[in-house]
Ligand binder design. Sequence first.
Ligand SMILES: Cc1ncc(COP(=O)(O)O)c(C=O)c1O
Length: 394
Amino acid sequence: MNMPRKPRFAELAERVAPEGTDPWVLHWEARQAAAAGQDVIVLSVGDPDLDTPAAVIDTAVERMRGGDTHYTETAGRPALRAAIAARHTARTGQSVTAENVIVLGGTQNGLFVASLCLAGPGDEVIALDPMYATYPATIKASGAKLVPVATPAERDFHTDLAAVEAAISPRTRAIFVATPNNPSGVVLTEEEVDGLAAIARRHGLWLVSDEVYAGIADGGRVPSLGARLPDQTLTVASLSKTHAMTGWRTGWIVGPVDFISRAHDLAQCMLYGLPGFVQEAALTALAMADECEGKVREYCRQRREVLYAGLQGIRGIRACWPQAGMFMLIDIRATGLGGEEFVHRLYRAEGVSLLDGAPFGAAAQGFVRACFATDEAVLVEATHRIRRFCETLP
Ligand SMILES: Cc1ncc(COP(=O)(O)O)c(C=O)c1O
């Protein structure tokens, strides 16, 4: 008699599985412990300790009660697409309209759509390393090979354009960057952006620019790849960080119309539109963008200083000043511990949850990442605990 055969999973399921130890396991353990009232400090995730603006919630509730709970246009409502386009133009100087915008479920969803629309099996995709920890799976989901290009600590995590060019092969389709970067907080300079645009133009490559933190960088803007190479750049962003709206899953891609049409086809069989009440709330949020971004920017600026100051003079570690964003890399190489061991031992000893840098790429190996988007007193206490922990190390 034939033994029943076990059904199998797709190769995709393997490609998106985390490599090595899942860095989020400790984070979720810490979150649960905090929720259960234990004395732990969670600095392992970039979710601002701020509330979504009340007007945004009011809009969502009113629209939900008013019956705005049905299907919507897959690419997003025209008014929201137009508002995103206007905000993008104001921020970057790139002239775009609603036709250049697709509304998606957060930056992460936008990165995934970009990945699937731009590359596939046999292709290669370059990403600047360190990179946000979801990038490897996001890129590999398409079947393409991820080619990391180090932006090493010795260059203060800035781009080596010659190394980018050297990594290009006939199979390269796209270059993924985040500016400001997570975890390093680096904002790509005018020269880096000019150089990357020139490389992409020369080799006929797509640029995917993750600008989820751009609105909270100094002055609310960063040098824009989209403004330099509009026909080959996809700018991905969301309301998550700028408006303390991580749970609303409201993001977008701004790009050339032919790309938006492809992304629409994919979204049609994948997301099928964001809820109408969420889109209307997003319109309210965008109308308050200056105010919201200014608030989060100032909030992050103050807390970055508190964390940086508190980490000075601790034996074996060195805080790296981030230009923008919500994260700080801490060089722990002189402690003799690896990142994973450091974060586990710190958590067990002092109840402070940080993330190992290694899952963000080889260039962040020997570093740990702390999120400073939280209460100042909590940050101060975290630095006391980190100091105490480091003093116990040989
Ligand atoms: C660089 C980067 N890109 C994308 C995301 C995901 O953002 P969203 O909530 O918009 O999906 C994050 C979240 O931390 C991030 O740091």
